[in-house]
Design a protein around this ligand. Structure first.
Ligand code: ADP
Ligand code: MG
Ligand code: MG
Length: 895
């Protein structure tokens, strides 16, 4: 027969799956000899059985009775005993902390008789009735289902009648009246009486806590935090201790160090003459713990000693709930506490320094997301702004600027030195210049994977998206908040991409010390020192190499400062934009081979210059250059714009500019229903004569230029969107021909490895054959995700990803975190079969997943050689690659 109940003496922290975090840690504190009121925990097994069948599992109630009898024997009182009642709390507690999501009922065992006994033995009528009204209220809402707000109404009416500022002003008579009013409310609302039987109270409260696992808010919380729905909660039954016995009693919460900075020393809040739930609910203002030191130095010292014991035992920051009953300190809860990103690094470094944890464990306790947060400037939290709205915190950091409502205005104002925040309903690729020019992007629609979010993160730009309660009116150049505040163009706003908050006016900014360290190596301040320690250790233990995706010498140089060991993806199409568009148009419109040659020849020196700059910035390190990938029509003007221009010219009687007419014809000719699956990638290189040759020549000549300048360039040429080995073979032949030509012409031997992207399922599935022609593989996991799932990112992210995330089809967007089962399987197959065919084949990842913590762990596990990500993510990837390499160290990534 299974066992459903554990006394605190019998449990331990290792049993949190069974006893919940709360029950397991209460048992652990009991074993440590800390003063914990006695009690026992009903297991999550029992909860799961109850939720599955609707009935208590067999034997559970007998076990509960047995443990209750033992508790009664130990305390010398019976539950609800009329002259001197034992009272208990019934507390929820799941394996993963779900703060405030489920229910707890205090003071079980009180009824119309025992309240009088309690008054007598405690010598305080007020206390007894205060406890009783708490029970009736909590039981009434949690077990009997009365809306908790109804009780507040009754309470507030009474307070008003007594002109009482807070509940302390109510006397015993008031509270006794309140109990009657609450009981009547319960009867009116439910048609049933508040039960007087203590045994019944206990049994029903336990089941109500089980049920609270499935409360709406608990479900929502779990979905958001990715906690499985089938774990169930444990229920802890514990002897009550009383913080509401008078001014020498009270209740509080404490942290063993400052959770905001990590600085050692006890932090927390205390509320005298109060029971635990008052501190959290904020019925009265709590005071800092320093005040407790003054009020009750003995209890304070005890608390400090226990905090030390816990921190040494758990070897981490702990948070604590405690109660002081007439000068005696009781410990009611502890767990490893939440902390800010900065505190996480500081605490890890300090505990390593103190020898409490190993450097590996220290690394396990910090994370890439936290590091990313530290890399952005932050708002000075002491200066609060006026909140305007809140959206999804999509790209961290803090920025201040004047609101503008289109890309052109953003560019115009930024050019004159103004700081701007681009506000759009949603962004599209046309907003790119405005996003580049802006300090931050704010959108009214879209989630973490919307265009605005993805692009902003890539650029390291602050972004809050999906602020649903604002109405953006781009035409009128303003947005309106739900509260009715109108923000016109030019109004200064402050955007916090880490919290999602948007404020009116300019909230002061503090520059990121971590960013300065990464840029300059300057180590100032303890936060920076602890970040440096973590990165050094990660670099020492990681197997994965980290490269960057960079298209300009500036980005390449920054990536190198941030620790990138090369470029994994240099996109040539970025070199075709801006003023060079005209040359690309010329090439596309070229009526003859000779004209095309001329256009390509004009592009050549420009591209050569770009490549030379990048190779110089990455001297001695590999630079993987991808041949032109997007369809050519992407470089032509918009089809509708052109059509309108031509039509307007015709209507006005002037013959349309011949160039526009020709462009329109070309755009129409090249129009594709589905460009993502159209004439692009290697296909383009194989059908547009001279295109590959021009690019390879530019690369090769840049290599020669660098060699002649005394450099050590390592260019690699990468062919995109290969599906069949024949495609790669043909492309590679041309590449080699041009390399040989340039070597011949210049007398400088140019050796560039030629490899391919693996971004089509067919490529992954025929990787063994493709490897025969590929000197390296680079996984383009963005396209591989699109082609494996059969959806185009631009179309689906806004259309149905939010619904899919809500319905639980995805736990995370597959564009943010690699889909291991599908896309990941293809990666694994390609790595294995590619290496089998060509031993030592180099493999890397150049999709955005290369900067995502969870994905990096997967890439480490399948054995790829490097990940490549945007320059700003390089430090994150270094850190996560280090964490991925920690063998057998708990990184806390249990889900
Ligand atoms: P939550 O998980 O929402 O914090 P808890 O089970 O911790 O819920 O209980 C709510 C409050 O009641 C806490 O402040 C807790 O310290 C207090 N509390 C719980 N059990 C007891 C008890 N036996 N004696 C005194 N206070 C208690
Ligand atoms: Mg608690
Ligand atoms: Mg691609």
């Amino acid at each position: 027969m299974s066992r459903y109940v554990y006394d605190f003496q019998d449990g331990s922290r290792d049993l949190s799956a069974l006893l919940g975090g709360k029950g397991a840690n209460l048992a652990e504190m009991t074993r440590l000899g800390l003063p914990v009121p006695p009690g026992f925990t009903v297991t999550t097994d029992a909860c799961r059985a109850f939720l599955a069948t609707g009935e208590e599992p067999e034997g559970m109630s007998a076990e509960v009775s047995r443990h209750l009898s033992a508790l009664e024997a130990a305390t010398g009182r019976l539950l609800g005993q009329p002259d001197d009642p034992l009272l208990v709390s019934v507390r929820s507690g799941a394996r993963f902390s779900m703060p405030g999501m489920m229910e707890t009922v205090l003071d079980i065992g009180l009824n119309d008789a025992s309240v009088l006994g309690l008054a007598k033995v405690s010598g305080s009528e007020r206390f007894a009735w205060d406890s009783y009204r708490r029970l009736v209220q909590m039981y009434g809402s949690t077990v009997m289902g009365v809306d908790p707000a109804r009780f507040d109404v009754v309470m507030n009416r009474l307070k008003e009648a007594r002109a009482a500022r807070d509940d302390l002003r109510l006397d015993a008579g008031d509270l006794a009246g309140l109990v009657e009013a609450y009981k009547r409310l319960i009867l009116d609302e439910t048609g049933r009486y508040f039960p007087q039987s203590p045994a019944q109270q206990l049994q029903r409260a336990v089941l109500a806590v089980f049920r609270s696992w499935n409360a709406e808010r608990a479900r929502l919380y779990r979905r958001r935090e990715r906690i499985p729905d089938d774990l169930g909660t444990a229920v802890t039954v514990q002897r009550m201790v009383f913080g509401n016995l008078g001014p020498d009693s009270g209740s509080g919460v404490a942290f063993t160090r400052d959770p905001a900075t990590g600085r050692p020393g006890l932090y927390g809040d205390y509320l005298s003459n109060a029971q635990g739930e008052d501190v959290v609910s904020g019925v009265r203002d709590a005071v800092p713990l320093a005040e407790l030191e003054r009020l009750d130095p003995r209890a304070y010292r005890r608390l400090r000693d226990h905090a030390r014991t816990l921190e040494r035992h758990y070897r981490d920051l702990c948070d604590i709930e405690f109660t002081i009953e007439r000068g005696t300190l009781w410990m009611l809860q502890t767990r490893v506490g939440k902390r800010t990103a900065g505190a996480a690094f500081a605490i890890a470094a300090e505990l390593v320094e103190e020898g409490l944890i190993t450097a590996d464990e220290g690394l396990a306790r910090v994370g890439g997301d936290g590091l990313a947060r530290l890399m952005f400037p932050r708002f000075d939290t002491t200066a609060a702004g006026t909140p305007l709205t809140r959206g999804v915190p999509a790209s961290p950091g803090a920025a201040v600027g004047a609101a503008v409502f289109d890309s052109a205005e953003a560019v115009r104002r930024a050019a004159s030195g103004e700081r701007v925040v681009l506000v759009r309903e949603e962004t599209t690729p046309d907003d790119l210049p405005g996003m580049v020019a802006a300090q931050a992007v704010l959108t009214g629609r879209g989630g973490k994977t919307s265009h605005a979010a993805v692009v902003a993160r890539g650029m390291g730009k602050v972004c809050v998206c999906g602020a649903r309660d604002i109405t953006v009116d781009a035409g009128a150049r303003r947005f309106t908040t739900r509260a009715g505040t109108v923000v016109d163009e030019g109004t200064v706003v402050s955007v916090d991409g880490s919290s999602g908050d948007v404020y009116a006016g300019a909230v002061p900014l503090a520059a990121s010390a971590t960013m300065r360290y990464l840029e300059t190596g300057e180590q100032r301040g303890s936060e920076v020192a602890s970040v440096a320690r973590a990165l050094e250790h990660a670099d020492a233990v990681r197997r994965l190499e980290v490269r960057a995706n960079a298209d300009t010498p500036e980005d390449a140089a920054r990536a190198r400062r941030f620790g990138a060991r090369g470029i994994g993806l240099c996109r040539t199409e970025h070199m075709f934009l801006g003023e060079r568009r005209r040359l690309v148009e010329d090439m596309i419109l070229a009526p003859s081979g000779a004209a095309r040659e001329r256009a390509l020849a004009a592009l050549l020196p420009l591209q050569r210059r770009d490549f030379a700059g990048i190779l110089e910035a990455m001297d001695t390190l590999p630079v993987t250059i991808r041949l032109l990938d997007p369809p050519l029509h992407e470089f032509l003007p918009d089809r509708t714009d052109l059509a309108v221009r031509v039509a307007a010219a015709q209507a006005a009687g002037d013959p349309a500019a011949p160039r526009d007419t020709a462009l329109l014809a070309a755009v129409n000719r090249m129009h594709e229903a589905n460009p993502m699956l159209g004439l692009r990638g290697v296909r383009l290189g194989l059908v547009v004569p001279g295109l590959v040759a021009m690019q390879v020549r530019a690369v090769a000549e840049a290599v020669v230029e660098r060699v002649r300048a005394g450099g050590s360039p390592h260019a690699e040429i990468m062919v995109p969107l290969v599906g069949a080995v024949e495609e790669l073979r043909l492309a590679r032949e041309e590449v080699r021909r041009v390399l040989a030509e340039v070597s011949e012409e210049t007398g400088v031997p140019v050796e560039c490895p030629v490899g391919t992207m693996i971004e089509l399922p067919r490529a992954a599935l025929t990787a063994g054959r493709i490897a025969a022609e590929a000197e390296f593989f680079s996984f383009g996991t963005n396209d591989l995700t699109q082609t494996t799932w059969g959806f185009s990112r631009d179309d689906v992210e806004a259309a149905f990803f939010p619904a899919y995330l809500d319905k639980g089809v995805f736990a995370a967007s597959p564009f943010e975190t690699l889909d291991r089962e599908g896309v990941g399987r293809l990666v694994r197959i390609a790595v294995e079969e590619g290496r089998a065919a060509r031993p030592g084949l180099q493999t890397g990842v150049c999709g955005e997943h290369g900067g995502d913590p969870a994905s990096i762990r997967f890439f480490h596990a399948v054995g790829v050689d490097y990940v490549s990500c945007s320059p700003f993510r390089v430090p994150v990837a270094r850190l996560e690659a280090g964490r991925a390499a920690l063998d057998g160290v708990d990184t806390g990534d249990t889900r």
